[in-house]
Design a protein around this ligand. Structure first.
Ligand code: CA
Length: 230
């Protein structure tokens, strides 16, 4: 079982990681919201322990973007105050449980185990597909028309994001934050270059073209409607 802990307080973070590892879990600990959001969005975890108060982007935003991306990973959030508002907000945003700091480790462990045992039959997605483009998430391989395509890690993540949100226009700012941990203010030329490289690999030699530029907005991946006059 692989857990993600997002906690900026050094002591609490170390305590979480050590305790959960001693309980037999594999734990990735990150100390910033951006790192948390990036790792959480990979969907690679069985459960996330998420601190709400983080120095850059807060736990609410991470939770919200996870649920908006239809990632169902169970989330336990950690709140500093026993505030009813915080509890309601967290649960409304799609958290599964919460703990008020300071908490007893045994309490956290009990809740983690309960959530993991709940055994909701979540859909396990191991392949993403559009037309004859297939991204195998387990083996991390891409093929188009049966041809193996070599992608860098960033290209793979970018293509995965586009495929997961097929048909949606993804603003450069969203791509920047999800794939590069950058703010929109940064040089978004990086994204255009990456898209160009990705197109050269997965679109240029093939039909139909799947990655589309939406002028002034961003990019989307979509199978063109063959019956459309355009
Ligand atoms: Ca904190």
């Amino acid at each position: 079982m692989k857990l993600l802990a997002v906690e900026d307080e050094i002591k609490t973070g170390d305590y979480l990681k050590q305790g959960l590892e001693e309980a037999g879990f594999n734990v990735d600990l990150v100390r910033t919201g951006l790192d948390g959001q990036h790792l959480a969005s990979t969907g690679d975890y069985d459960l996330i322990v998420l601190d709400v108060m983080l120095p850059d982007i807060d736990g609410w935003r991470i939770l919200q973007s996870l649920r908006e991306a239809n990632t169902n990973t169970p989330v336990i959030f950690l709140t500093a105050r026993d505030s009813v508002d915080d509890r309601v907000k967290g649960l409304e945003l799609g958290a599964d449980d919460y703990l008020v700091k300071p908490f007893a480790f045994s309490e956290l462990l009990a809740r983690v185990r309960t959530l993991l045992r709940r055994g909701v039959p979540l859909p396990i997605i191991d392949k993403l597909q559009a037309a004859d483009l297939i991204l195998d998430l387990l083996s991390r391989r891409a093929t188009r028309a049966g041809n193996r395509i070599n992608l860098t890690n960033k290209e793979f993540s970018l293509l995965e994001l586009l495929l997961r949100r097929q048909g949606e226009v993804l603003p450069r700012s969203l791509i920047a934050s999800q794939i590069w941990d950058m703010n929109f203010d940064s040089d978004t030329n990086v994204i255009d270059v990456a898209i160009r490289r990705l197109r050269a690999k997965i679109d240029d030699p093939y039909e139909p073209k799947l990655i589309h530029t939406v002028r002034g907005m961003g990019y989307k991946l979509e199978i063109p409607d063959a019956t459309s006059a355009n």
